[in-house]
Design a protein around this ligand. Structure first.
Ligand SMILES: Cc1cc2nc3c(=O)[nH]c(=O)nc-3n(C[C@H](O)[C@H](O)[C@H](O)COP(=O)(O)O)c2cc1C
Length: 177
């Protein structure tokens, strides 16, 4: 069994990225256990917290340490990744250890724009390897959301469903290798 964690980079209740995460969970191979690592309640990182690391941050780090791979499901804000994602990443590098070192990660996202979240992903791709992260190169998954992409029952259109399935199969193999 492979344990794959995922974080959702949007705090919105009706988040497109949370919908995409649901499709990834549904399409993951049977040998994969998918677990959300919640990050919505994380305090904003401040280096003065290093002296007495908040429990919520320590718990978050422990949950990431416990998975074999991590998928970041993130929106794009102003051609970049949103602040909660950066906060989560910075927290993972502090508190006496870095869970990013050697961590296998995947980047996916959904947005209504034509190119999905490729700028957001490209910027994460630029610096995460400097922190020891092993990023899956391909396939990529940047979903350009239209009115029929997601349905009200947690499903997606056939193309998105198929892409999500292929992505999760590839990520499971990447984590196992
Ligand atoms: C501050 C802000 C900036 C945004 N900038 C972009 C952008 O650069 N590219 C993009 O594709 N979508 C952009 N959007 C639209 C988001 O893709 C859209 O709100 C999407 O629903 C966010 O994902 P979520 O539903 O998971 O929160 C932006 C939205 C906000 C609120």
């Amino acid at each position: 069994m492979v344990k794959i964690g995922y974080i959702v980079g949007s705090l919105a209740a009706d988040s497109l990225n949370r919908k995409l995460a649901g499709v990834l969970v549904a399409q993951a191979p049977e040998r994969v256990q998918m677990v959300e690592v919640p990050m919505a309640e994380l305090p904003l990182y401040d280096r003065h917290l290093d002296d007495d690391f908040p429990q919520a941050m320590a718990d978050f780090k422990a949950q990431v340490a416990d998975v074999d791979g991590l998928v970041v499901v993130t929106p794009e804000h102003n051609q970049s990744y949103p602040a909660p994602v950066k906060n989560a990443i910075d927290i993972l590098t502090r508190g006496g250890s870095s869970e990013l070192k050697g961590l296998k990660m995947g980047l996916v996202g959904a947005s209504p724009s034509r190119f999905g979240t490729i700028n957001s992903q490209a910027q994460l791709r630029q610096f995460l390897p400097t922190q020891g992260v092993h990023l899956m190169g391909s396939p990529t998954l940047a979903v350009s959301v239209g009115k029929d992409t997601f349905d009200d029952d947690g499903g997606a259109d056939p193309t998105t469903t198929s892409r999500a399935k292929k992505y999760m199969e590839a990520f499971a193999s990447f984590v196992e290798a």
